[in-house]
Design a protein around this ligand. Structure first.
Ligand code: OGA
Ligand code: MN
Length: 206
């Protein structure tokens, strides 16, 4: 499936994304999908993760992984190809974005992985870097938000820590945030409403 509206918007913003990622390390793209695609994706993600596959997110990698709700309180489900048409479209969009980043910034990104994340009220994710200590393959992080009617008082901002300055980003529906995984310290502030996102990583060979 292709989404012409989304494709043309992507072309218009490619230059800006690349410029911002290379100059400041992060970039925000609003109105990423068409309203219909956004609505279907939001529905599918919420329906999918209310199933049995939703599990408490861990901290760390492989056998070192541990559940630490004092560090992160989200519940996640990894996306696989073939789950729903809308999640497949999301994966395809991320793949197109990956190829664009390779073409323009020569990042050599080989794959992308994504999970749905649900933050129940009260959940947060403490300040961290997305790159693991023993594995440097995560190169660009992506977060896409699906929270209709999000208000300033609902919390749940993505806080970027930029050379001592804080920059808060609201988890508004149809907003995609990209940042350099190795450089940008960030956290999710406590949310007061259920907060939905699709979080992913564009990865290089280790
Ligand atoms: C993460 C993360 C940010 C967000 O899952 O690693 O930092 O805004 N998420 O959900
Ligand atoms: Mn993170």
């Amino acid at each position: 499936m292709t989404f012409p509206q989304q494709k043309s918007r992507m072309n218009l913003t490619d230059e800006r994304i690349c410029h911002e990622l290379s100059s400041q390390g992060w970039s925000i793209i609003d109105d990423f999908f068409s309203p219909t695609t956004l609505a279907q994706l939001t529905l599918d993600c919420q329906r999918g993760v209310s199933f049995r596959d939703l599990h408490q997110a861990g901290v760390g990698r492989g056998s070192q992984q541990a559940i630490e709700v004092t560090i992160r309180g989200d519940q996640i489900q990894w996306l696989e190809a073939g789950m729903t048409a809308s999640t497949d479209s999301y994966l395809e969009s991320m793949t197109r974005l990956r190829l664009m980043l390779n073409q323009k910034l020569f990042l050599g990104l080989e794959s992308n992985e994504n999970h749905v994340a649900k933050y129940p009220p009260g959940a947060f994710y403490q300040r961290h870097l997305d790159r693991f200590r023993d594995n440097d393959s995560r190169t660009v992080s992506s977060v896409f938000y699906m929270n209709p009617d999000w208000q300033p008082g609902h919390g749940g901002e993505l806080r970027l820590h930029l050379d001592g300055l804080k920059h808060d980003i609201s988890p508004l529906s149809n907003r995609l945030v990209l940042f350099i995984s190795a450089d940008i310290w960030h956290e999710v502030l406590p949310t007061h409403r259920i907060r939905w996102s699709l979080t992913g990583w564009f990865k290089r060979r280790q």
